[in-house]
Write a protein that binds this ligand. Structure first.
Ligand code: ZN
Length: 248
């Protein structure tokens, strides 16, 4: 049985039998894997605290011939989301993990997606504003997949989009407001467009310099939700939970 060791992000776990868990993790060098963590549901398991979504750590696992499920040998966390300062940040880790889970390739490495996920953990741990972080993460995730629409020019008439944009329902393109009459679909203000322009050149460790007001954050959230649900052909469970948590 070949054994592999790599830095990895934990994405999610589910129960297996009485005492074990299946762990979905995203390795830096070989993409997404599913592995059995023996005894992980026992009270004093060596995996306690190591399998939270968005934990980064060293992972060792055996690969078995003809089997998709690998077998975990150990997980040694180097960065845990449990060190996050705020409950709001903790509430988001499941969302970040679900997005990576949806897009991480199974058979090969995706170094840029790995680095994005890893830097988001660091930003959470250092107390970055979580609303801006979530919109930044969605933006970069979709950009890395090559599915983020142009934020510069309206494809309908060529007008600049810096002053605002609109996304027709069920579409994945930003048009100028003249080309999208009426109120249907997400609309982005100049502030939201400015955030996207700066997000292109600012690293996640400098998010504090990327101001984002609550209204612009909701605009971007709605546009990104539409992009994600059109591309995945579904709504993410964790995104719905976050919206429900926010309601008064
Ligand atoms: Zn236009």
């Amino acid at each position: 049985m070949p054994v592999y060791q790599s830095e990895a992000l934990i994405l999610r776990t589910y129960k297996l039998g009485e005492a074990d868990k299946i762990v979905v993790f995203f390795t830096r060098d070989r993409g997404k894997k599913r592995g059995v963590a023996k005894g992980a549901r026992r009270p004093r398991s060596r995996y306690t605290g190591a399998l939270e979504p968005m934990t980064r750590g060293e992972v060792a696992y055996y690969e078995r011939e003809q089997r998709d499920l690998v077998r975990l040998n150990f997980v040694e966390p180097t960065r845990s989301p449990l060190s996050a300062a705020s409950g709001e940040a903790l509430g988001h880790v499941g969302y970040f993990a679900e997005l990576i889970d949806e897009w991480a390739p199974e058979a090969h490495a995706d170094e840029r997606l790995y680095r994005l996920g890893s830097s988001v953990i660091d930003a959470i741990a250092t107390g970055a504003p979580v609303d801006a972080l979530a919109r930044y993460f969605e933006y970069w995730l979709l950009r890395l997949q090559g599915v983020y629409p142009s934020i510069r020019q309206c494809p309908g008439c060529g007008a600049a989009l810096a002053e605002g944009a609109a996304m027709p329902p069920r579409e994945t393109v930003f048009l100028c407001r003249t080309c999208v009459p009426g109120g249907a679909g997400p609309r982005l203000s100049a502030e939201a467009m400015g955030f996207l322009t700066r997000a292109m050149v600012v690293g996640p460790d400098n998010l504090a310099t990327l101001a984002l007001g609550a209204r612009a954050a909701r605009e971007l959230e709605a546009a990104h939700r539409q992009l994600i649900s059109v591309h995945l052909d579904k709504d993410l469970k964790s995104a719905r939970v976050l919206r429900e948590m926010r309601q008064p």
